[in-house]
Design a protein around this ligand. Sequence first.
Ligand code: PHE
Length: 448
Amino acid sequence: MKNKTSIQGTWASRWIFILAATGSAVGLGNIWKFPYITGENGGGAFVLVYLICIALVGLPIMMAEVFIGRRARKNPINALEDLAEESGQSKKWGIIGLMGMLAGIFIFSFYSVVAGWVLHYIKAMATGELANVSSEQAGALFNELLADPATLLGWHTLFTLMVLAVVIAGVNKGLERATRIMMPALFFLLIALLGYAISTPGFSQGWDFMFHFDVSELSWDAVLVALGHSFFTLSLGMGTIMAYGSYMPKKASIGSTVLMVGALDTLVALVAGLAIFPIIFSNGMNPGAGPGLMFISLPVAFGQMAFGQFFGFLFFVLVGVAAWTSAISLLEPSVAFLVERFKLKRSTASIGLAILVWLLGIACLGSFNFMSDVTFFGKNTFDALDYLTTNIMLPLGGILIAIFAGWFVKDQFVKDEVQTSNFIHVCWKVSVCVISPIAVSIVLLLNL
Ligand code: PHE
């Protein structure tokens, strides 16, 4: 092997990789999106399809990404180019990494706006602004926030700076340190909230809603949403996991590590659902409320419950921390690329990218007010970027990574690096060569 370690650094241990990758995976996708799309798609049947997508498509592609990153020890674009060259293929495969970089920048711009809403709600919970609000009032407060570009800009700027502060400090002093502090806090908060949800009268109804599986409820549309979401939630298809994999210690086993990250991400999504739905049901509210579920329904529910303000505050802190560790990972692949390819200083690369995503974020937050009439294919900037990345760029990136790793990379390279049993290797091959490409192509075509 030519490069033993990445010039950016190496995680202190296998566990740090697991926690850092979980920090990337667990984010707004788990706590904001997953519960509301589960609510919109009828509950249990959707959850089941989602689990199948994670197992059959998500985990094998995650293995492929970690493998590519760790073998090359470089940023995604260089890693793909190196591996293609070594396998006797065209260096053009590096384009997947370039598309991923772009996807990361796009995702960041709307992600940071939603994270800004979360920061606003932390403050609102702390000051008691949301105590005892009715649904109408909560709806009005959320809409007021969306209509106020100055406030949105303030929160978006603060969040971008929080992310910049971590990324600029580098892999060990920034990302790893943040992981060590924030991930335990995240698990602790989640457990506290689950305990609270269990104590509410709606818990069994919430449980049934998520785990009562009825085939007749299964719609084709739900399958599409579930597959698209499995890429988003596992941070796949854009090079994040490749970049994190390039910092992974050599001795850590890729198969079991990836399994752990997938399991933790899924667990957090399920627990988030179990923490949210009982609170919604306990207050007789509608689980299918859509994106406003977290920002409108939940504050109303918290407002009517014992200790609701306190747990509501904890809840939004949890979401804020989860969004923070994910947003860091959206920028890291691009920072590593700029540093390695153009020999920029890490600080220059980080600040430059932060300015870029900050500017794009202004277009996203403007979607709800001063730029609401700017549309692409009938969607405002915010929705268009969400749609373009989640439904097109990530699945496309994922399928190309699967095809590359399955059909074009020398099999011996995979065996050397991944070192798993023959059985697991064959299962992985079947997924990346056949199942993932077919499943994802169907979804892509139907989405278009
Ligand atoms: N996985 C993150 C979430 O669920 C979002 C994300 C996507 C982060 C892609 C990095 C890369 O919120």
